[in-house]
Design a protein around this ligand. Structure first.
Ligand code: DC
Length: 230
C-alpha cells in the first residue's frame, strides 16, 4: 500500500483543519495547513509596513517575496505543527484578528499564490501528506489520490463559531457571525484567482448533521478504500 496525497478543501469554519490534523495523526501522515502560509505572508506585510488601512503595497510585496521563508515544525512539547516565518514561531500571531482582517487580500494576489503553490507542491513530493485549504484538490494537487470537499450549512457553521466564542467567555452575536460566514463564502467562491470550488473528482462531505466520531469513521473508510488501490 503506497502513500498518497490527501487534499481537503471547503468552506470556512466547517472544521477542515481539525479533521485534517486528526486524519493525519491516525494514519501517520504529515499535516500541512496551507491557510497558515497565506496568514504568514499577511503577518510579514504588517510587520514590514506594507499595509495601509485595507490595502497592501502590492509592488513592494512582489519585490520582497524572496525574503519570505515559511516552514513548519513540530512543537517539542505539544507535538502540534507550528508555522515558522523566517525561522520564528508565529503560530499565535498569524491567528490574530489583525491578520484575519487582511489575509483574504493577500490570498487574492496572483504572485503570492504562485509562490506559495510552488512551496506547497514541494511539500507533497514525497506523498504521505494531508493538506487543507481552498484550492488544494483543484490547483495545488489536481492529481491527489484522495480529495474531500467539506461543507456545512451557513447556519450550522455560524452556530459552531458562536458556541466556541461563548465557551471562551467572549461576547458573540449569532446574526453578526452568520453574516460574516456568508460574506466569506461569497468572497472565497467569487474571487478571480483560484476561487473555491469542488473538484469534479472530490468526495463531498456535508458535516452539518454529523458528529466528530461519524466524520472520523467516514474519513477512515474513504482512506482505506482509496489507499488499498494505490
Ligand atoms: O483557512 P484559513 O482561514 O486559515 O485561510 C486563511 C486565508 O487564506 C483565507 O482568506 C482563505 C485563504 N486560503 C486560500 O486562498 N487558499 C488556500 N489554499 C488556503 C487559504
Amino acid at each position: 500500500m503506497g502513500k498518497i496525497v490527501i487534499a481537503i478543501d471547503g468552506l470556512s469554519s466547517c472544521g477542515k483543519s481539525t479533521m485534517a490534523k486528526s486524519l493525519a495523526r491516525n494514519i501517520g501522515y504529515l499535516y500541512f495547513d496551507s491557510g497558515a502560509m497565506y496568514r504568514a505572508v499577511a503577518l510579514f506585510c504588517i510587520e514590514e509596513g506594507l499595509v495601509n488601512g485595507q490595502s497592501i503595497d502590492t509592488e513592494k510585496l512582489r519585490n520582497r517575496m524572496s525574503d519570505i521563508n515559511i516552514t513548519f515544525e513540530a512543537d517539542p512539547v505539544t507535538k502540534a505543527s507550528v508555522t515558522l516565518l523566517n525561522g520564528r514561531n508565529v503560530e499565535k500571531e498569524i491567528r490574530s484578528l489583525q491578520v484575519s482582517r487582511i489575509v483574504s487580500l493577500v490570498a487574492a494576489l496572483d504572485f503570492v499564490r504562485t509562490g506559495l503553490i510552488d512551496r506547497q507542491r514541494e511539500m507533497g513530493k514525497a506523498k504521505g501528506i494531508v493538506m487543507d485549504g481552498r484550492d488544494i484538490g483543484t490547483t495545488v494537487f489536481p492529481d491527489a489520490e484522495m480529495k474531500v470537499f467539506v461543507t456545512a450549512s451557513a447556519e450550522v457553521r455560524a452556530q459552531r463559531r458562536y458556541d466556541e466564542m461563548t465557551a471562551r467567555g467572549e461576547n458573540a452575536d449569532y446574526n453578526e457571525i452568520l453574516h460574516n460566514v456568508q460574506e466569506r463564502d461569497h468572497i472565497d467562491q467569487t474571487r478571480e484567482v483560484s476561487p473555491l470550488r469542488k473538484a469534479d473528482d472530490a468526495l463531498l462531505l456535508d458535516n452539518s448533521n454529523m458528529t466528530r466520531e461519524e466524520q472520523k469513521a467516514w474519513l477512515m473508510e474513504q482512506f482505506n478504500r482509496i489507499s488499498k488501490k494505490c
